[in-house]
Design a binder for this molecule. Structure first.
Ligand code: BYC
Length: 469
C-alpha cells in the first residue's frame, strides 16, 4: 500500500475515507506540533537536517533522504502490509484468524500496553531535549535529530491505534501522552528509564544501545500480536528502530576507539592520564554501561508476572520471533527462575517477561564483543562486561537486593559505599559533562570520540549533515 503524501497526515491507512478518524487526528496534530516545539530538540527549528523520511513500507527502498527543517518533517501513519490469512501464533487462540478490531474483553489490557509503548516515544525526545547543544559533530547531531523525529513518528503510530480503535478513551489517552513529561515530579513518564536524564552524549549512546534495544524486543513481541493493526504498526516501527541501535553501537564503539587511541598517545592506561588527554577512560565507560543496562533490564517487568501470563494466553503479546519456539501454547510448561531465595520453578506463561529479558541480554552481548575486540587488538587486558542481571534492580524478584556487579550478595552498607565505583559517580558525570562542547565544523569530531567509519547514505563523513542558521 503506497503512502499518500498529499494529505495533511501522510498515511497508508486510507484515512481520507474515514472522515471522523481523520478529523480526530487532525485535531490532535497541532497539539503534537506544539509539544514538539516546546519539548523537541532545543533551538533547532530553523536548521536544515539531512533526514530520511518514510516513503513506502517495502523493506527495500522505503526511505528517501534530503534536507528538511524538523518542524516540517512529515510525521505520518504507516503500517506494514498485511500478511494474507494471518493467524494468531501463540496462546489460547493459537491458529485462529487475527483480529482487525480489539476484542471487547481485551480492550483495557491492549490499551494499557499501547499507552505504555506510546509513552516511551515522546519521553525519549524529552530526555534528549538539549543534547544538540553539545553535539560532538554534525554527523552525530544529524543522527540525534533522525532518532528524535522517528520517535515522534512512533508516537503517531500508537496515537493512530488509540484513535482508531479505542474511541473516547483512546482520544483521552492520546492527550495524556503529551501531558506527562520525562522527569516531571507530578506527571512523570510511565516507565522508570524514561525519567532518567540524558544530558551527555555517552548516556545518549548507552541509551540508544541498551534502551532502544528494549524497544526492539518489545516491538517484536507486539509484532506477534493477534490484534493485526498493532502487529503491522510494530513491524514497520522495527524497520526504523534498527538505525537507532546502530547509533548506539557505533557511538559507544567510537568512544572506546578514541579511548584506546588516547592510551597509546599518552603511553598509559591510567584513567586520569586518558582523561587529561581529553578522552573517556574505559572504566568510566563500563560504569555508564552498568547504569543503562540495569535500568533497561527493569523495562521487561517482573520475572513472575500475571500481566505477562494473561497477555500471552489471550494473544495480546507473544515472544519475540515466536516462530523460533516449538511450543506456542505453553499451557503446562515450567521455567526455572533464579530468585534471591534460590531456584524456583514457575509456569512458563508467568515467566514470559524473563524469557524476553534473557533473549535481550544475549542480543546486548553482541556489541560488547565487538568493543572488546577493539580493546584486545590494541593489546589491553581490560574487558567491558555486562553486569549481572541481579545487580541494581528496581523491579521484580531482585528489586532492592544488594549485590555487586557480578551478582554476589553484599551488605547494604557495602552496596551503598561501593555504588560510586559501579555506576557513574558525581565526579564521573562532572568529567563527562566537561567534555561536552559543541563541534559543528563539517567533518570535525570532539576530542573524546573517533570519527565514524562512513557517513550516512553513502555520503562523506565531512558532509554538512546539518546546516545551522
Ligand atoms: N518502570 O507485571 P509487571 C521503546 C509496572 S522501549 C515502572 O512486573 P508487566 C523505546 C508495570 O507497568 C519499549 N513501572 O510487568 C526505547 C505494571 O504497572 P500497572 C516500551 C514498571 O506488566 C527507546 C506493574 O509494574 N514498550 O519503545 O508484565 C526510545 C507490574 O508489572 C516497570 C513496552 O514497554 C518499570 N521499568 O510488563 C524510545 C511495551 N516495569 O500496569 C522508545 C508495552 C513494570 O500494574 N509495555 N512496571 O500499573 C508492556 O508490555 C508492559 O507494560 C511492561 C511491563 C513490559 C513494561
Amino acid at each position: 500500500m503506497s503512502i499518500n503524501y498529499s494529505e495533511r497526515i501522510p498515511n497508508n491507512v486510507d484515512l481520507a475515507n474515514d472522515r471522523t478518524l481523520q478529523r480526530a487526528l487532525e485535531h490532535w496534530q497541532p497539539k503534537f506540533v506544539d509539544w514538539w516545539r516546546e519539548m523537541g530538540p532545543y533551538d533547532s527549528a530553523s536548521a536544515d537536517v539531512y533526514l530520511r523520511t518514510a516513503v513506502g513500507v517495502d523493506a527495500q527502498g522505503w526511505a528517501s533522504y534530503g534536507a528538511v527543517k524538523m518542524p516540517d518533517y512529515r510525521w505520518g501513519i504507516f503500517l506494514a502490509d498485511p500478511v494474507p490469512d494471518r493467524t494468531i501464533g501463540f496462546g489460547d487462540h493459537f491458529g485462529e484468524p487475527v483480529w482487525q478490531q480489539v476484542p471487547g474483553e481485551l480492550r483495557s489490557q491492549f490499551r494499557r500496553i499501547i499507552v505504555t509503548q506510546g509513552d516511551t516515544e515522546p519521553a525519549s525526545v524529552e530526555q534528549q531535549h538539549r543534547l544538540g547543544l553539545t553535539c560532538p559533530s554534525l554527523y552525530d547531531l544529524r543522527n540525534l535529530f533522525q532518532v528524535n523525529v522517528e520517535e515522534g513518528r512512533h508516537l503517531w503510530a500508537m496515537v493512530y491505534l488509540l484513535h482508531a480503535h479505542f474511541g473516547r478513551d483512546g482520544r483521552e489517552e492520546a492527550e495524556e501522552l503529551l501531558s506527562r513529561h520525562s522527569g516531571d515530579l507530578d506527571k512523570p513518564r510511565i516507565l522508570g528509564t524514561f525519567n532518567e536524564p540524558i544530558s551527555d552524549w555517552l548516556s545518549f549512546f548507552m541509551f540508544t544501545y541498551f534502551t532502544d534495544r528494549d524497544g526492539k524486543f518489545q516491538l517484536k513481541s507486539l509484532a506477534e500480536s493477534g490484534f493485526d493493526p498493532l502487529s503491522r504498526t510494530c513491524r514497520f516501527m522495527l524497520t526504523e528502530e534498527a538505525h537507532h541501535m546502530f547509533v548506539g553501537e557505533t557511538g559507544v564503539g567510537r568512544v572506546v576507539k578514541r579511548s584506546l587511541e588516547a592510551m597509546k598517545e599518552v603511553g598509559s592506561d591510567e584513567p586520569q592520564a586518558v582523561r587529561n588527554h581529553g578522552a573517556i577512560d574505559l572504566p568510566t565507560i563500563q560504569r555508564y554501561m552498568n547504569f543503562w543496562f540495569t535500568s533497561s533490564l527493569d523495562l521487561f517487568g517482573s520475572e513472575v508476572s500475571s500481566n505477562a501470563a494473561s497477555s500471552f494466553a489471550s494473544g495480546i503479546k507473544g515472544r519475540p520471533d515466536e516462530t523460533q519456539y516449538k511450543d506456542h501454547v505453553c499451557s503446562d510448561a515450567t521455567f526455572t527462575l533464579e530468585t534471591p531465595q534460590g531456584q524456583e520453578a514457575v509456569s512458563l506463561r508467568n515467566a514470559m517477561n524473563e524469557v524476553m529479558r534473557q533473549s535481550y541480554i544475549k542480543d546486548c552481548e553482541i556489541g560488547i564483543k565487538r568493543w572488546n575486540m577493539q580493546i584486545q587488538r590494541a593489546g589491553h587486558d581490560l574487558r567491558l562486561a555486562l553486569p549481572s542481571p541481579h545487580f541494581r534492580r528496581a523491579i521484580g524478584a531482585w528489586a532492592g537486593v544488594p549485590t555487586d556487579p557480578l551478582g554476589k550478595p553484599v551488605s547494604r552498607e557495602e552496596y551503598d559505599r561501593w555504588m560510586p565505583e559501579w555506576i557513574p559517580s558525581e565526579s564521573d558525570r562532572a568529567f563527562v559533562h566537561s567534555l561536552m562542547k559543541r563541534v559543528v565544523e563539517p567533518g570535525r569530531m570532539a576530542s573524546w570520540i573517533a570519527p565514524p567509519d562512513r557517513g550516512i547514505n553513502n555520503l562523506a563523513v565531512d558532509y554538512e549533515y546539518v546546516k545551522l542558521p
